[in-house]
Design a protein around this ligand. Sequence first.
Ligand SMILES: Cc1cc2nc3c(=O)[nH]c(=O)nc-3n(C[C@H](O)[C@H](O)[C@H](O)COP(=O)(O)OP(=O)(O)OC[C@H]3O[C@@H](n4cnc5c(N)ncnc54)[C@H](O)[C@@H]3O)c2cc1C
Length: 588
Amino acid sequence: MATMITMPKLGLTMTEGTVLEWKKNEGDPLKKGEVVLVVATEKLTYEVEAPDDGLLLRIAVKAGETVPVGAILGAIGEKGEEPDLGAAGVEEVPPAEKEAASEREQERPTGALKGTEPVPAKGDTGKRVVVIGGGPGGYVAAIRAAQLGGNVTLVEKESLGGTCVNVGCIPTKALLHSAEVNRTVEDAAEAGLKVGSLEIQWDVVQERKNQVVKQLSQGVKALLTANGVEVVTGKASFIDDRNILVRSMEGDRKIESDAVIVATGSEASLPPIPGVDLDGVVTSTGALSFHEIPSRMVIIGGGVIGVEFASIYADFGCNVTIIEMLPQILPGADGEAVSALSKVLEARGITIHTGAKVGSIEAAGSSLVISADLSGREEKIEADKVLVAVGRKPFTEGLNLEAAGIRTERDRISVDKSMRTSVPHIFAVGDCCSPIMLAHVAMMEGEVAAGNIFGLDEKMDYSTTPGCVYTSPELAWAGLTEEEAKKRGHKVRKGVFPMIGNAKSLISGETRGMVKIVADEKYGEILGVHIVGARATDLISEASLAIRLEATLDEVVETIHGHPTFCEATREAALACLGRAIHSIPRA
Ligand SMILES: Cc1cc2nc3c(=O)[nH]c(=O)nc-3n(C[C@H](O)[C@H](O)[C@H](O)COP(=O)(O)OP(=O)(O)OC[C@H]3O[C@@H](n4cnc5c(N)ncnc54)[C@H](O)[C@@H]3O)c2cc1C
C-alpha cells in the first residue's frame, strides 16, 4: 500500500505550510530518509524526508501552494500502484492552538522587515505629536515618533526618566550594587584575598546612587534633544482631544496636537492599615533615602519591590522580615523557582512570613510595633522602619481625561493591542494603562504607539516579557510557569539543572540556584524558563527569544553555548528535559 507524504507540523501554533520546492520528480526512486521536498512555515524552511523506500508515485501539491498541516503532499509506493490521495485526513488543530496562531499572525507587523521602513527627515510628516510624561514609556515613544518624522513635544512635570530612572529601577539597582560589593568583600577570603576592615559609608553609597540617577536623567534629556524632541517642563492636562494645557512656574501654555501619547506612570498603593501614616513607615521612594541603614525592618508585601529591598538591606546587615498575604512571595513566579530563592534568602537571615496579614502599626518610643496574623498566630514584631510595598496603581490625576473622551477602567486607561485609547488619535503606554507594570514593557509599548501614529500597524505581544527580580541571587523568568502550562492543558515536560553543576557558577562562588525549563511534551516547544542564580536577569533574554521563535528543546540543545558560561546551564536544563543532562549526576 502506498505511503503518504504529509505536511508536517513544525511548531505548536503551525496550522499550514507552503511547498517551496520538490527535490524529486514523479517516478523517481526514493530511499527512506532521503530529502523529497522543502516546505516553509512563517518562521522556517524544512526538508521533508521520504517516510519509506519506493517510487515517488504522485505529487499532489505543487511548489508555491499552501496547504493545512496533515494534508497529503505526495505518495510513495511500488510501480503501477494507484495511490488513494483521499486516505490521510488534514490534522485537526485544537481550537486553542488555532486561536493562538491567529493572534500571533495578527500581532506580526505587516509590510517590510520591521524597522527598515523609510524614515522621513525630522518633522517631515508635519504630524504634531504630544507625549505626556518623560518616563521610559514616554521618552522612548517621543524618540521613536521623532525618528518617524513627527514634530514631537514631550511634557514632564518632574524629572526626565520618570519613576524608573529617579525612584525605581535605577536607584534600587545602584543600592543593590553597593550591597553586592559589600558582600563580595565580606566573602573575599574565600577567593584568597585578605582585605582590611570593611566600613559601609552610607552617605557615599547614597551619593553614588544619586549620581547614577542624575547621569541617566541627563542622558534621557540629551537623547531627546539630539532627536529634535522639544521638552517642556510643566503639568499637562487635556483641554479637549486635540489641545493640551501645560501649567508651569512660567505660566500656562496651550499645545495643539494631531496625536497624543499619555505616559503618566503609576504611584504606590497604600493599604488601609492603622498606623500606615506614622513616621518611619515609608513607600519604596522613602526606602531609597534612609539617613542610616536601619537595624530592623519589616516589609509589608512580598512582591518584586519588597523582595528586592529585603535583599539590599539584608546585605547591608539589616534584620529584615517580609510579611506577605498570599501563600508565596513573588506571586506569579514559578513555585519551584520561588521556593529555591526563598531558601537562599532565609539562609541569609531574611525572615519570610507568607499567608500572613498585618493588622496595625503603632509607635513605641523610637520603634514601630507591627501586629500581624502569622498564619493564625497573632504576633508583634518590632522594627525601626516599615516599608509598605503592596503594589502600584495607575497615575492619571489632573489629566482631565474626560475632556478628551478617553475611557478608563478602574483608573487604568483602556487601550487595545496597538496602545490606542477609545479616542483613535490618542494612545497610552506604560504603567498608566499596561497589564504589566515594568519599564521594559513601557518602552516597547512606547515604540508600538509611536509606530501606529505613523501607520506602521504594530501590536503588543506580552508573551515573551521577562520578569526580573534583582535579589541576590537573582530570579528571572519568561513564558509560562509549570502551574500555568498545566492549567492551559499542556502535557508538560520539565527539566531542572542546578547551578552547582555549572562551572562558571562554581568559579564565581555563585552556586545557588537552578535553571528550570517547562516544555510541551508533544513537540518539545519551550513554554517557560525560570532561572534562579547569578546573572539570571541577563540570562533570561535567551529564553525570551526562544519563546518568541517558538524554539524547541532540541533547537536549544543543538545551539553551542560558550564554556565556561552561566548560560550553559540553560542548555543543560534543556538536556535535562530530554533526560540527558551531561553535568549532573543521574538519579537512580
Ligand atoms: C522601587 C521600584 C523599582 C522598580 N524596578 C524596576 C525594574 O528593575 N525593572 C523594571 O522593568 N521596572 C521596575 N520598576 C517599575 C518601573 O519603574 C515602571 O514600570 C516604569 O517606570 C513605568 O514607566 P512609565 O513611563 O509608564 O511611567 P513613569 O516612569 O512613572 O513615568 C511617568 C512620568 O510622567 C510624569 N507625569 C505624570 N503626570 C504628568 C502630567 N500630568 N504632566 C506631565 N508629566 C506627568 C511623571 O512625573 C513621570 O515622570 C520599579 C518601580 C519601583 C517603584
